[in-house]
Design a protein around this ligand. Structure first.
Ligand code: SF4
Length: 475
């Protein structure tokens, strides 16, 4: 994982990677927009509803979590609670060791990435194999995902073909269909050998205790169907109150994530195999993971817990498109990661305090978010938090913004700067005393000075309640 600040990581990104990230995110974003506006009269209304549902969840977790526990138990699942990532890893290990299990197949779960479960299990002699194609490639390359939905957006097919050749999965062949077929052949055996299948959950219905999983590859079905034990790792914020809320959220999730009306597979899991059913796990364990989420809930940025991990804010973000995912130095990249990762980092917040600055505050992330999270507002709150908590200066404020803050908060300095600006119109370039300003001025022709009337206009308006005339240009 990279360690340098995001601006340095972005500057060091190979041009080819930047191009492929840009093209891929742009294409998905455009398809998403077209699909939503073609198929819904008012997509904004839908995402406001979705935001309200998820906001209700995060404000009522104290009652919804015990309710879903009771419902899951009634369905035959065993429920576990993990306060930290270490607790969650230890719970998975305990379940496996109690059954003498040594092999796990893993469908994609962001929480397992967050708590680094695969590495933990490996250290305890357990094979935990990723079965999502992108995650599988990340695993064999000992890499990290760089996008929430497309973990290998930073790789091209030639690199993947080389990885397959290196791992003995066939001679070099960069045809995508061949790569996929080889991965499938390799993984099919692994499903049959596995003792445990691990999944996440996109949603858990409090009403019915159903876990909902959306995938395009069908790997989570195999991970559920073949092994005897199913473990689901679920962040505590993943609840929806009622089954019918899924109608709103599923309609938005696939369109926002992959520009599909619905993913290829949408699975509803109600519990372990019942007597008389031929397939399915005999045991089902649901581990609810906190790992800093209650701290996020108590923070000024709690709305970020509405996130349904669609990745739409990454696809539209000009910073993500330039920097790619590894620059965010955490499992959650892009605008959502710029908010969530520093918060989940807890005491290590200052180390990631540059991330909230990784935004132009253009607002595109808010516009596309299917649960209407006001990400730019949250970024500003986090910048303020960084300042309050003494994050390193380099991470929270660059000199130009510091100068702007001084000017904007000190009327005398502001007036002096305005007069300085006016003087630039008349001062020959070579006499400008500040080298950076001189270099800047050499390449530009300033427009003629037209300002100076706004304050008079505003004072008059304040005193008399009306403007004397159009104030013209305002400095
Ligand atoms: S913040 Fe919104 S747009 Fe970004 S991943 Fe989460 S739900 Fe999707």
């Amino acid at each position: 994982m990279l360690r340098q600040p995001i601006d340095q990581a972005a500057a060091a990104l190979p041009a080819a990677t930047r191009t492929s990230v840009y093209q891929s995110t742009k294409a998905t974003h455009e398809k998403r927009t077209q699909l939503l506006f073609d198929q819904f009269d008012d997509p904004d209304l839908l995402r406001r509803r979705a935001g309200e549902i998820k906001q209700h969840v995060i404000e009522h977790l104290d009652t919804l979590l015990p309710a879903v526990e009771a419902r899951l138990q009634a369905n035959g699942a065993q429920v576990h609670w993990a306060a930290t990532g270490e607790d969650a890893c230890a719970t998975v290990l305990r379940i496996m060791q109690a059954r003498g299990a040594t092999k796990m197949v893993k469908a994609k779960t962001m929480v397992s990435e967050e708590i680094e479960l695969a590495h933990y299990l490996e250290r305890h002699g357990i094979e935990a194999l990723e079965t999502d194609l992108g995650e599988f490639i990340v695993q064999i390359d000992k890499d990290h995902p760089s996008h929430i939905v497309r973990p290998i957006i930073h790789k091209n097919r030639r690199e993947i073909a080389q990885s397959f050749e290196r791992e003995g999965l066939g001679a070099y062949n960069d045809d995508p269909a061949t790569i996929t077929r080889r991965a499938r052949q390799f993984l099919r055996h692994k499903y049959l050998q596995a003792d445990v299948g691990l999944t996440g959950a996109n949603f858990v219905s409090v009403e019915s205790g159903r876990l909902v999983l959306v995938t395009n590859e069908g790997n989570s079905r195999f991970s559920l169907a073949a092994p005897k034990v199913h473990i689901a790792l679920v962040g505590i914020e993943k609840l929806v109150p009622r089954d019918r809320d899924l109608g709103v959220l599923l309609n938005l999730l696939a369109r926002s994530a992959t520009a599909q009306a619905l993913t290829v597979y949408t699975e509803f899991i109600s519990g372990p195999k019942l007597a008389g059913q031929p397939d399915g796990p005999e045991e089902m364990h649901v581990i609810f993971v906190d790992n800093g989420r209650t701290d996020v809930l108590a923070s000024e940025c709690r709305e970020i817990l509405r996130c349904i991990r669609c990745g739409a804010c990454l696809n539209v973000c000009p910073i993500y498109r330039q920097a790619s995912g590894h620059a965010y130095r955490s499992v959650y990249p892009g605008p959502v990661g710029a908010v969530l990762s520093p918060l989940l980092a807890g005491e290590k917040f200052p180390e990631l305090a540059d991330l909230p600055k990784a935004s132009s505050l253009c607002g595109a992330c808010h516009e596309v978010c299917p649960v209407n999270i006001p990400i730019p507002d949250l970024l500003l709150r986090l910048r303020e938090k960084g300042k309050r908590e003494g994050a390193p200066l380099a991470a929270i404020g660059t000199p130009p913004m510091g100068a702007w803050a001084l000017l904007a908060s000190q009327p005398t300095a502001w007036k002096a700067a305005l007069w300085g600006g006016k003087a630039l119109n008349y001062l020959p370039t070579k006499l400008i005393p500040v080298p950076a300003l001189r270099a800047w001025e050499e390449k530009r022709t300033l427009p003629a000075w037209r300002g100076g009337e706004f304050r008079k206009w505003m004072q008059h308006r304040t005193r008399h309640g009306a403007a004397p005339s159009n104030p013209g240009a305002t400095p």
